[in-house]
Ligand binder design. Structure first.
Ligand code: URA
Length: 432
């Protein structure tokens, strides 16, 4: 086989065979195929696209390019949940204990935050002592014992994605749906679970800016699941404004605790209940989502979901005294209130601006080696659709930095206040 012929074939808009895709991935990982050749093929894929079969073959070849986890000694259906990322998205940390408290097994590998988006691992690490690098054996035995473990991505999983993603990043080929879908799905499938729920975000704070693109990505990933005989479902949900009221690592953990005590913001609680119900049905614990929702709400009220979170933190070495008494978490030196300058209704709250501002306050990283300030971020007091009076608090900035004037102005401008009542369009779609 010849890589030049494969590049030319895709360049001319033809369909690649499984053998050709296998050849490309295996020879690229081994170093036989060079970066400049892989770049040309990626650009041809970007322009010409891939059909569902090609995308599934690409995913499968990437999946088996490194270690693949075997979770078969854990009983029952093992589930995973993945969000394409956003601002204030702490759903996995709430949903995980909620479903585990009802008998599900969540075996999840998460990533770190970069740029305006937060990462589950960083949020977990704001709990003193929390270990996110368990061995494979520890990970499996914890999922078996308490029904939940969330750890960092195993370095040996899907080396093809590591190489290809770095190349896509510098060749203008990140935003091609077959490439995004195979990148996400190869990692999810390599981590060995039986059923996966994807949350594909759309809006300013998301990777996909429009609902149409988010739908296309969701459909592509669900189809990969079908081709590879895996139960994959995808929700398409809004990320035009942040999720919940807290953005920033320990601020979000405090919101996780509140939500698990049934005192969380409505948008966040509803998304966790809805997603939890889908997962519990995928896990074959309940026959209907309606029935699952009743039990999920019950476990938020009776403390079982919160107790499962405590058990999870303890199992991974975290100091549970912080969970029992969230006032122990460090607080930023500067807490800067931002007030509305007019009466009206919040008609927009730009997630991207809020995410970037939180990062600049110290709560996120611009490059992979930046160090995060766990106490920094933003606490919202108003969200889209809320009525607001002149002089009323819109939000608070939390930071240990002193140069926050420009951030303050940007955050103020992220709120659009209109004189007319505004109803939030919270369109949510399930693709299965
Ligand atoms: N997340 C991934 O893991 N891969 C992509 O290509 C895009 C987002």
């Amino acid at each position: 086989m010849d890589i030049i012929e494969i590049i030319e074939k895709k360049r001319d808009g033809n369909v690649l065979s499984r053998e050709e895709i296998h050849y490309f991935i295996s020879e690229y990982v081994s170093g036989e195929i060079k970066d400049y050749q892989a770049s040309a093929l990626l650009m041809a894929i970007y322009i010409r696209g891939m059909n569902d079969e090609e995308t599934s073959y690409l995913t499968e070849e990437m999946r088996v390019s490194g270690d693949v986890l075997d979770l078969s000694d854990i009983p029952g259906v093992k589930v995973d949940k993945h969000s394409t990322g956003g601002v204030g998205d702490k759903v996995s940390l709430i949903l995980g204990p909620m479903i585990a408290s009802l008998g599900a097994h969540l075996a999840k590998m998460s990533g770190r935050g970069l740029g305006h988006t937060g990462g589950t691992l960083d949020k977990l690490e704001s709990i003193p002592g929390m270990r996110i690098n368990l061995t494979e054996e520890e990970f499996k035995s914890q999922v078996k014992r308490i029904g939940i473990s969330i750890i960092g991505q195993n370095e040996k999983l899907v080396p093809a994605d590591k190489k290809l993603y770095a190349l896509r990043d510098v060749t203008g080929t990140v935003s091609a749906i077959p490439l995004i879908a195979s990148s996400i799905m190869s990692k999810k499938l390599a981590s060995g679970t039986d059923a996966i729920l994807l949350d594909v975000k759309y809006g300013s704070g998301a990777f996909m800016k429009t609902i149409e693109d988010a739908k296309k990505l969701a459909i592509t990933m669900v189809n990969i699941g079908k081709q590879l005989n895996k139960d994959v479902k995808a929700e398409v949900t809004d990320m035009s404004e942040p999720l919940g009221m807290a953005i920033g690592n320990n601020l979000e953990i405090k919101e996780v605790i509140k939500t698990l005590k049934n005192e969380g913001p409505q948008d966040l609680t509803e998304l966790c209940v809805d997603s939890g119900a889908i997962l519990l049905k995928q896990a074959k614990i309940y026959d209907s989502e309606e029935e699952a929702k009743i039990h999920l709400r019950e476990n938020l009220k009776n403390g079982k979901a919160f107790n499962k979170f405590l058990e999870f933190v303890e199992a991974q070495g975290g100091d549970t005294s912080y969970i029992l008494n969230p006032d122990k978490f460090p607080i930023s030196k500067n807490i800067i209130p931002i007030y509305s300058q007019k009466d009206g209704y919040v008609s927009k709250l730009d997630a991207l601006t809020i995410g970037i501002s939180s990062m600049k306050l110290g709560g996120g990283r611009e490059t992979l080696d930046d160090v995060i300030d766990m106490s920094a971020g933003i606490i919202l007091n108003k969200k889209v659709g809320d009525k607001v009076k002149k002089g009323e608090l819109l939000c608070e900035l939390h930071t240990n930095k002193e140069d926050f004037e420009e951030i303050k102005e940007n955050v103020f401008n992220a709120f659009e206040i209109s004189s007319k009542a505004f109803k939030k369009n919270n369109e949510r779609i399930l693709i299965s």
